[in-house]
Design a protein around this ligand. Structure first.
Ligand code: SF4
Ligand code: SF4
Length: 333
């Protein structure tokens, strides 16, 4: 928990500095995608459909570090594709850690045990392991048998070696309040991971499976039932209380896509990690040349069912920082 407190304190100072500098738009986390290639082919994925010459591209270490420095973001989530396929991913992570960025490395964990010795435990570094459900549910989600067992084994090894381990779980229409509870209980109580992230799946236009994405009403129903009976409080969820209220329909607000921007081998993606309406060369250019008012639910039909973390967690964090009551609630966990 000490790391979570350190991270919240850093984020609090960062937000205060932005306010004092009267900066209106700034990143909280950058989604860094140093490659799009993956060693799995999940049908709900919207990242691996690029042609081969794009899938073969790897972002250079200097390019990744320069982009994060230019943005000024205090946190970086390294995603993909599968980041552990990138031969220099450990150098990208360690260069960012050296600069005191909080780094989450998102992985399906298939290569984790083999690559673990390239990484060092640090309060600034955490694994974010993709687990969509218990054995049958997860293997069905990633469309390969045995992946759940390998991910669980990798989590145990990483924890034994002193790493901070978090998980990332995406829910679809074949989930029920029971499957949400089962997987979160397992991660929280049995595996004792440090923190867990959850998200309803976003309906990527390019994803082969278009049938199993949750609508807004379904998302609210799923989470309000899964969170009932005080369960939400006992799970170590890596989200602000306001974002969890949003997921279960107790709060509603606009998307703040500039708060968690995405930088890939193509540049800064407009407007967010989920949709691509072109690219900018710098974060500054992204901010200045994007019509942010044209995105979000009710404005762009592609946003109609989106309740994703990358759009709505920044809104929740900014609202929390402006309210003493919400700040105290967030501190209380
Ligand atoms: S593991 Fe992640 S990046 Fe790879 S195919 Fe599945 S969803 Fe896409
Ligand atoms: S609502 Fe926001 S985060 Fe979601 S797809 Fe639209 S712009 Fe992206």
């Amino acid at each position: 928990m000490a790391v979570a407190i350190r991270q919240s304190t850093r984020m609090g100072w960062y937000l205060m500095r932005q306010r004092l500098a009267k900066r209106e738009k700034f990143p909280l986390i950058v989604e860094l995608e140093p490659l799009f290639q993956c060693n799995l082919a999940c049908s709900g994925c919207g990242k691996i459909q690029h042609p081969d010459h794009v899938l073969r591209r790897r972002m250079r270490v200097e390019q990744a570090v320069a982009a994060i420095e230019e943005s000024g973001a205090p946190m970086v989530s390294i995603a993909g594709g599968e980041p552990l396929i990138h031969p220099e991913i450990h150098t990208i992570a360690s260069e960012l850690v050296k600069r005191k960025k909080f780094v989450y490395l998102c992985t399906n964990a298939l290569l984790l045990e083999r690559k673990l010795s390239n990484f060092k435990p640090s309060p600034y570094f955490a694994w974010a392991i993709h687990i969509d459900g218990l054995r049958e549910r997860h293997d069905e989600s990633v469309e390969r048998e045995g992946v759940f067992e390998r991910a669980v084994a990798a989590i145990k090894v990483a924890k034994e070696k002193g790493f901070r381990v978090t998980t990332n779980t995406t829910f679809f229409t074949h989930d029920s309040p029971k499957t949400v509870q089962e997987v979160l209980d397992f991660l929280n109580d049995d595996l004792e991971v440090d923190q867990m992230m959850i998200s309803p799946a976003y309906a990527y236009e390019k994803a082969p499976d278009q049938e199993h994405f949750l609508g807004v009403a379904q998302t609210r129903e799923l989470f309000s039932e899964a969170f009932a009976g005080g369960r939400r409080k006992k799970w170590r969820l890596n989200h602000s209380p306001l974002f969890l209220d949003f997921l279960e329909g107790k709060a509603d607000f606009d998307c703040t896509a500039w708060g968690i921007p995405s930088y890939s081998v193509f540049g800064w993606q407009r407007p967010c990690y989920l949709m691509s309406d072109g690219y900018a060369a710098t974060y500054r250019e992204l901010i200045e040349t994007t019509d942010w008012s044209s995105y979000g639910r009710g404005r762009d039909p592609r946003c109609a069912n989106c309740m994703a973390h990358c759009g709505y967690e920044p809104t929740a964090v900014l609202q929390t920082s402006r309210s003493l009551k919400q700040s105290l609630r967030a501190l209380a966990g």
